[in-house]
Ligand binder design. Structure first.
Ligand code: HXC
Length: 522
């Protein structure tokens, strides 16, 4: 029989299918998703993007697999919603995995849709956002699915350093699927409804006989505190998407651009003085203080976005604004483990420094570090290789780099924490700074050992020698005499000095020797 469908009929038929596709896997599965305190793929996109800005790409794509009864036409779009739009007026590309269609599992066509979006993001120089909620490889598609994952991993790597890539984990993310988010720049997880692991609790039980829940093994809390896999742990999906939008506001669109700068009205030096800093650092060098108070007193009010907040808390990293300009902050935290550098703190800092350097975000280092953490645990787990990551990351960074030494800058850690010698542009010290090979007491005990032992009152002698050493060596002035410190500044003028120095460094250009790429100690 002759096909009598008119053009309008065909269009209506497609629209009908399209309407059904909007429901993804159907109302029952949407209800199930909501019952788990999860939003649908499209609801998440709606929350993320500016109203009315989303343009979908690939809405009519269907999976090709005819095995195991997977021939239903119902699932138009095939388990992932992809497209582009704007966040606060700036372009982004997005894919949102739809758990209501085959558990959001990844098929051949699904991967093609994601790759298409990734190519567009790279060609047009705008961030790629992945909203993840998936049962992993679509089992019925076998190697086609595995190939699809590998295509995505490859493009994630090509996009790395070119455009910012952010992954929000809003449901399951298991098996090899975890490696796409792992390659991206930032991972955010939603507490209690998302998890990430390479092998799940059942396999763990079989292989190691450990009993562990999904949440314990790979929930947001685990990855934000123990493994450091996730950069943000968010109370719910709304908080997660708000945080994602906030994060984007500190980033440029791509590696060729600068991060957006907010207007800032500079009045005069006096208006930029912050006297609160004068009382934060205790006189006793062994007494801790909270470096976050120093950060808050330097930056534009309330602009600190901490990354990796609950992981390796002896090191603080995050974005902030200074006179409206986006900066990356790397700081030792004397309130946790005295701010010592250990394996986790080093890798945390190194990854952040490399991100900032890739995307033209100037770096501010606030230093109060007693050295590297001693012990068999650290040595056997590779503090040498891991500490070198932070050193390497600073050495190769070409963005404007400024250091302020607030108190201790001891030993190798002095060199590593963005010292002048490894390419920092401006190095300041507060009068409380102690730049030395080690703390005064340890140093006095070694170099004045004989004198102390032979003294009538050894403990009095030790005190005297500690004082002598402190005055002679553990001050910022020896370094300042050599030009290793550009200026010793009063705490209250730190903000002002940094504003001026970052402005001075605005047109910094560094030409590194030409090579394929370096070999960071991984
Ligand atoms: C096809 C899948 C699927 C998958 C889930 N579904 N995972 N379909 N392939 N991988 C389907 C289910 O059949 C079900 O369909 C719907 O999605 C919802 O799944 P439920 O099990 O009902 O949901 P829930 O109880 O919330 O459990 C979610 C889950 C579970 C924990 C993700 O579905 C699960 O364990 N899935 C398998 C996970 C897995 O082993 N994946 C492969 C990992 S290896 P109906 O029609 O009933 O609604 C991997 C390798 C990647 O991913 C390699 C990269 C290199």
């Amino acid at each position: 029989m002759k096909n009598t469908l008119t053009h309008q009929d065909k269009f209506n038929e497609l629209q009908r299918k399209n309407e059904e596709a909007l429901l993804g896997g159907g109302q029952n599965r949407i209800d199930a998703q909501h019952k788990k305190n999860k939003l649908t793929a499209r609801e998440r996109i709606e929350l993320l993007l500016d109203e009315g800005s989303f343009e979908e790409i690939g809405r009519f794509v269907m999976h090709r697999c005819k095995d195991f009864g997977l021939d239903k036409e119902y699932y138009l779009g095939d388990g992932v919603v992809t497209g582009y739009g704007t966040v606060n007026g700036r372009a982004i590309y997005v894919f949102s995995q739809d758990f209501t269609v085959f558990g959001g599992s990844l098929s051949e066509t699904y991967a093609e849709k994601i790759c298409k979006i990734m190519d567009l993001a790279m060609k047009n120089g705008a961030p790629l956002i992945g909203l993840n909620d998936s049962g992993g490889a679509r089992i019925q598609e076998g190697v086609l699915s595995l190939a699809g994952y590998a295509d995505i991993f490859y493009k994630n790597t090509l996009a790395s350093g070119l455009i910012p890539q952010i992954s929000a984990i809003m449901g399951p993310c298991a098996g090899g699927a975890v490696y796409s988010p792992a390659i991206t720049d930032f991972i955010m997880m939603v507490e209690n409804t998302s998890y990430m692991f390479v092998t799940g609790p059942k396999v763990v039980k079989t292989v190691t006989n450990e009993e562990v829940t999904s949440e314990e093994l790979g929930g947001a809390s685990t990855h934000s505190t123990k493994s450091g896999v996730t950069h943000f742990s968010c109370a719910n999906e709304v908080v997660c998407i708000q945080t994602l939008k906030n994060l984007l506001s500190y980033l440029p669109q791509n590696c060729e651009e600068e991060a957006p700068r907010l207007p800032y009205q500079f009045k005069n030096k006096n208006a930029e003085l912050r006297t609160t800093i004068n009382t934060i650092i205790p006189e006793n060098p062994n007494q801790p203080y909270d470096m976050k108070e120093i950060i808050e007193a330097i930056i534009d009010e309330g602009t600190f976005l901490e990354i990796h907040k609950n992981f390796a808390e002896n090191m603080i990293v995050g974005f902030a604004r200074l006179a409206g300009r986006s900066i990356g902050i790397v700081a030792n935290q004397p309130a946790v483990l005295a701010g010592v550098l250990d394996i986790n703190a080093s890798t945390k800092g190194a990854r952040f420094v490399r991100f900032c350097d890739s995307f033209n975000i100037p770096l501010l280092v606030l230093e109060d570090v007693p050295g590297f953490l001693p012990g068999t645990d650290q040595e056997w787990n590779g503090i040498i290789t891991n500490g070198a990551k932070l050193l390497y990351a600073f050495c190769e960074a070409t963005v404007p780099r400024i250091t302020v030494i607030t108190r201790k800058a001891y030993g190798g850690a002095y060199d590593v924490m963005n010292s002048k010698h490894i390419g920092a542009d401006m190095n300041y010290a507060l009068p409380t700074a102690e730049i030395a090979v080690m703390g005064a007491k340890g140093a006095a005990e070694i170099i004045f050992k004989k004198e102390i032992e032979e003294a009538e009152n050894p403990s009095e002698k030790l005190q005297e020698k500690v004082q002598e050493y402190t005055t002679k060596f553990a001050t910022p002035y020896r370094a300042a005499h050599r030009g290793y410190i550009d200026e010793v500044i009063m705490p209250e003028e730190t903000r002002y000095k940094l504003m001026r120095a970052f402005e001075m460094l605005e047109n910094k250009v560094v030409n590194l020797p030409k090579k394929k790429h370096g070999n960071i100690p991984l």
